[in-house]
Design a protein around this ligand. Structure first.
Ligand code: SIN
Length: 490
């Protein structure tokens, strides 16, 4: 079955249903359904690859490595630039595919396509600047030279919340560095990944350089991608719990790894903040992708002197959000990915209410009815309640009151996570003190939109390691080789 919306694309050839391995579309014996989370209807079936297809993809990436790494950075950049252009030319179709399988509003899906494509453009250029080094040697007869080389075959597992951008962010850096790439995208969102493969193919990216394996059995495929001896590096975006398992598996062959894991972002509003700007920032950061991002505000700390004003304005802004099918142009909040996700958020909310939180807006959702969770505000929250100590991954804003700077810094840092943090303040001394004290990889200061291709995205503590995007993002795909040259004075 194929639903009308998928057939209504300007370029129907972007809908692919087989894995893309070694430049070919490869079917499998079994299939798996792709569900539209807005109505829980099956849209289409895609091939469900297994161990043999995954091994084929690794083999293809290994075989292509010599050819791809031998190309000049300029040649790779031309192909990546072509891929970027095609992504932007097909932005509308790619966005529709993304909304249909993931649920986010079309405007956000369009933004995600541009965000993903920007990584390809960025790394196409950055790949030309993989500079080495010369280091003064200790002996006059010697020279020390440092060169950077691609790590080799890169394998990755990417999530459903950003089905395009998380692949682009990893693949662009890998390919620009001269590595070849195998990705197993989340099974909920295969179509976006396959459409990217179709465009990579049209862009002329050679066979074997970019491979997409669509497979339902995540543990089995994960084992291959983390343990295969021909894979040099593994990169994952997803939960900390799964990241820990994959990291352990990577240890068996000492792979280079980068992990972009869970978050529990504090969003702090100080009494000297521009409250209107803070409200706008909190809305953006909390409700982007219906709260299903690792960098979403998870705990909104508000200083007592401005608590009433912030809460009233924030509630008014939440009240005008529109839930619905992301294909409708006025919708600002799409569904959650599944009824399981709805049940999970529901439980966090009800357990927190039982523990003393106050339901100011929303709540009360029946996961059996639909995947839409209403935009919700909880007040009177403490840092220990389930809604504050867990990554919510849903459109629930938990407001926690605080007295002073020291107290809020200690509450904000009181989490195993360390991905993103945000705060709104005007006092310059406070801005420096708080920025330096927050134990997070990324800090938005009077800024709620921190993700972009030029910036180093990544976390500390149990939010992972490595950085994606920016000039630092290439390092994760490069090895440093030191050449010691003697006999200079002979
Ligand atoms: C994520 O939620 O994993 C990524 C969010 C982003 O790139 O902004």
């Amino acid at each position: 079955m194929q639903i009308n919306e998928l057939l209504a694309l300007q370029d129907e050839q972007l809908i692919k249903t087989d894995s893309y391995i070694n430049g070919r579309w490869c079917s499998s014996e079994t299939t798996v359904a792709v569900i539209n989370p807005a109505n829980s209807q099956q849209m289409i079936e895609v091939s469900n690859a297994g161990i043999s297809e995954t091994e084929l993809a690794v083999k293809a990436a290994k075989n292509a490595l010599k050819m791809w790494s031998a190309k000049s950075a300029h040649e790779r950049a031309m192909l990546l630039r072509h891929w970027f252009n095609l992504m932007m030319q097909h932005q509308e179709d790619l966005a529709r595919i993304l909304t249909l399988e993931q649920g986010k509003p079309l405007a956000e899906a369009r933004a995600e396509i541009a965000y993903g494509a920007a990584f390809i453009e960025w790394f196409a250029e950055e790949g030309k600047r993989i500079y080495g080094d010369t280091i003064p040697a200790l002996s006059a007869d010697k020279r020390i030279i440092v060169v950077k080389q691609p790590v080799g075959v890169v394998a990755s597992i990417t999530p459903w919340n950003f089905p395009n951008a998380m692949i682009a962010r990893k693949a662009a850096a890998a390919l620009a560095a001269g590595c070849t790439f195998v990705v197993r995208p989340a099974i909920q969102t295969p179509l976006s990944a396959l459409a990217m493969a179709e465009l990579a193919d049209r862009a002329g990216i050679p066979a074997g350089v970019f491979n997409v394996v669509i497979a339902e059995n995540a543990p089995a495929i994960g084992k291959i991608l983390t343990q295969h001896p021909d894979i040099a590096k593994f990169t994952f975006t997803g939960s900390t719990a799964v990241g820990k398992i994959l990291l352990t598996q990577c240890a068996t062959s000492i792979k280079k790894v980068s992990m972009e894991l869970g978050g529990n972002a504090p969003f702090i509003v100080f009494d000297d903040a521009d409250i209107d700007a803070a409200v706008e920032g909190a809305i953006t950061s909390k409700f982007r992708n219906a709260g299903q991002t690792c960098v979403c505000s998870n705990r909104i700390f508000v200083q007592k002197a401005v608590l009433a004003e912030f809460t009233e304005k924030f509630k008014a802004a939440v009240n005008v959000l529109v839930s619905g099918d992301g294909l409708a142009e006025n919708v600002t909040i799409g569904p959650l990915i599944s009824s399981r996700a709805v049940s999970r958020v529901n439980k966090l909310v009800s357990d927190s209410i039982e523990a003393g939180a106050h339901l100011l807006l929303g709540g009360n959702c029946d996961p059996m009815q639909s995947n839409f969770y209403p935009p919700t505000i909880l007040t009177n929250v403490s840092n220990q309640m389930p809604i504050a100590s867990n990554e919510i991954f849903g459109p629930v804003a938990a407001i926690i009151a605080f007295e002073n700077e020291q107290q809020v810094i200690s509450m904000a840092n009181d989490t195993e996570y360390g991905l993103a943090a945000y705060f709104y303040a005007r006092d310059i001394g406070r801005i420096w003190r708080v920025s330096e004290a927050l134990a997070f990889g990324m800090v938005g200061i009077n800024d709620a939109i921190i993700s972009n291709a030029a910036a180093p995205f990544g976390g500390v503590k149990q939010s992972g390691n490595g950085r994606e995007g920016s000039k630092y993002g290439l390092d994760d795909y490069l090895e440093i080789k030191y050449l010691s040259m003697g006999g200079i004075n002979k």
